[in-house]
Ligand binder design. Sequence first.
Ligand code: CP
Ligand code: NVA
Length: 308
Amino acid sequence: MPDFLDIHTTAPADLRTIIDSARAMKDARAGRPKGTPDDETPLAGRMVSLIFEKPSTRTRVSFDVGARQLGAQTMVLSGHEMQLGHGETIADTARVLSRYVDLIMIRTFEEATLHEMAEHASVPVINGLTNRTHPCQIMADVMTYEEHRGPITGRKVVWSGDGNNVFASFAHAAAQFGFDLTFTGPEPLDPEREWLDFADAAGHPVTIERDPLKAAAGADLIVTDTWVSMHDPESARERRHNQLRPYQVNAALMAQAKPDALFMHCLPAHRNDEATSEVMDGPHSVIFDEAENRLHAQKAVMRWCLGV
Ligand code: CP
Ligand code: NVA
């Protein structure tokens, strides 16, 4: 059974299957009370464990609700309350959990932790964010774009801000779904070379443009994220804010994009830092649709992993 570890390591046809399945499940639930199960409950009798080594609101709640709507039972585990946090190896934790549960979702720091979990678990493992990637978020974002504007293939997506883990999964998605991606941000916070090289090799090089207004020209979608991620040291906050302030998504930046451009932010947001409230609450913004679609996209990811 497959893991869902990253967008660039999942075949484009499988990514499309997941998005289509998410959309179908969303449509099938329209207007229904959130606490009720779906008509089909393919995860009935399954146990899903959700491990968090970092804080979370959306990932935690959307995976938990989604698994239950599919008929599963769930347990949310906090990394520091497990033996994982007291020296038990990831590999041993993976082997033990595999004797109890059918699926493991983990949000962690180092990417190596995710890969060690996947290597030693005999059940599928899903990446709920690492310091380097956030694939479930971008599956929801692609779904959200297409729900509002049709196929994302060939569109111009502009990322303004930090070249972080969420950007990395956008770079992977640009290659796998075939859209044009522009990064605008300060050079010290450029995306990792490995992700830019991946996009190059896949024939979808990321355009780097230091001038945010030039970068945003003609965009179909403008995206940003927090200026200080959970894994960034607190001591870097002031420097990052100074470096990133010119890349704030505000009305002037949005005005460069196409008139029907969308605005996305994975949330949580620091209002009036990386994006103004005017943009976040304005007509281009689909930020709460993105949050909702985490639920539907991850239900599709869980079904795909379990082959049900
Ligand atoms: N976007 C996202 O992953 O949010 P949480 O950190 O609240 O899970
Ligand atoms: N880049 C952010 C995303 C949070 C969902 C972080 O890693 O903290």
